[in-house]
Design a protein around this ligand. Sequence first.
Ligand SMILES: Cc1cc2nc3c(=O)[nH]c(=O)nc-3n(C[C@H](O)[C@H](O)[C@H](O)COP(=O)(O)OP(=O)(O)OC[C@H]3O[C@@H](n4cnc5c(N)ncnc54)[C@H](O)[C@@H]3O)c2cc1C
Length: 317
Amino acid sequence: MKIGIVGAGIAGLACAARLKESGIDSVLFDKGRRPGGRLSSLSVDGRDWDFGAQYFKPFSADFAEQVARWQDARLVAPWPHGPDGALVGMPTMGALVAALCQVHDVRFSAQVQRIESDGLGWYLSGPGLCDGPFAGMVIAVPAEQAAPLVSLHDLDMAREAAAAKSRPCWTVMAGFDEPLAGLPHYIRDSGAIAWASRDNSKPGRGPHECWVIQASAEWTQAHLEQDREAIAPQLLAAFAAETGATLPEPAFLKAHRWRFGLSYGQRGRTLWNPRLRLGTCGDWITAPMIEGAWRSGVDMADQVIDTLAPGETRAAG
Ligand SMILES: Cc1cc2nc3c(=O)[nH]c(=O)nc-3n(C[C@H](O)[C@H](O)[C@H](O)COP(=O)(O)OP(=O)(O)OC[C@H]3O[C@@H](n4cnc5c(N)ncnc54)[C@H](O)[C@@H]3O)c2cc1C
């Protein structure tokens, strides 16, 4: 039997990769229509926007080794116009996740609403979805989405997930026909704007002027339930006010609401129940960034590997 993993973001994929190194296959289920999770990118008519995570730089030695391997495979590259030491996915952040998916069995448009165990294996189900048995089940989704999935099985795990929280983040993708003169390539923590960057200054992107603008926690909270059509011009106006720029009419404008965007209050506990063979991982357990999600997935895989009897999942299943 294989391991079932719900969520094919960086955490789920890091878990799958580590399991695979140990000869254990997994199947990943993701409700998204395409790869990315919170590293999603949008490409339209030769314009590219990373509308989730913007860049990363490794802090730990083992993540630095992983990143070096990605760099050798040309999946990431330095962003010289970005913050010191910044690396980005190539040619988009989403493309990094898509490349990592390629060596695994990943099912997209697969929303898992329920997981069940008959004591011998795990099963999962959702709209048009029913799969199993799996030798173990790993839930690699934001805390708010993990809690209801595990609550029927492990109350402590559900409590941990319920205690973790995420801040939402309104994000706008704007495209212009001309470069916005006089602005730096990125802006951080300036009033209503948590982050804004000229995404075409990242390597591998198209030449057209493309900006990603992410609102502060306060601005997002104050506008949380508005329609995205209404948000896009408002956040663009906030960006103009903050930078003092006179903006031309955008050629493209779209808003995205990350409802479970930036996790906080991490406790750092690995949440694996060896008796049930059920665990959860994600940035909300370790640190609210790509490296945190990666580490959490790797740690989870190590727990799974320790629990399984040798040879148990090596056979096709
Ligand atoms: C706006 C924004 C900016 C950020 N900027 C940075 C940055 O610059 N640098 C940095 O390092 N980090 C940044 N981060 C944080 C970083 O993106 C996350 O820490 C990381 O991507 C989390 O990975 P994950 O695998 O834990 O979760 P996710 O990437 O969220 O993956 C979880 C996956 O689970 C799927 N899913 C959820 N529920 C279900 C379900 N019921 N069934 C099936 N699938 C499900 C989702 O579709 C998703 O693909 C940013 C995040 C946001 C939102």
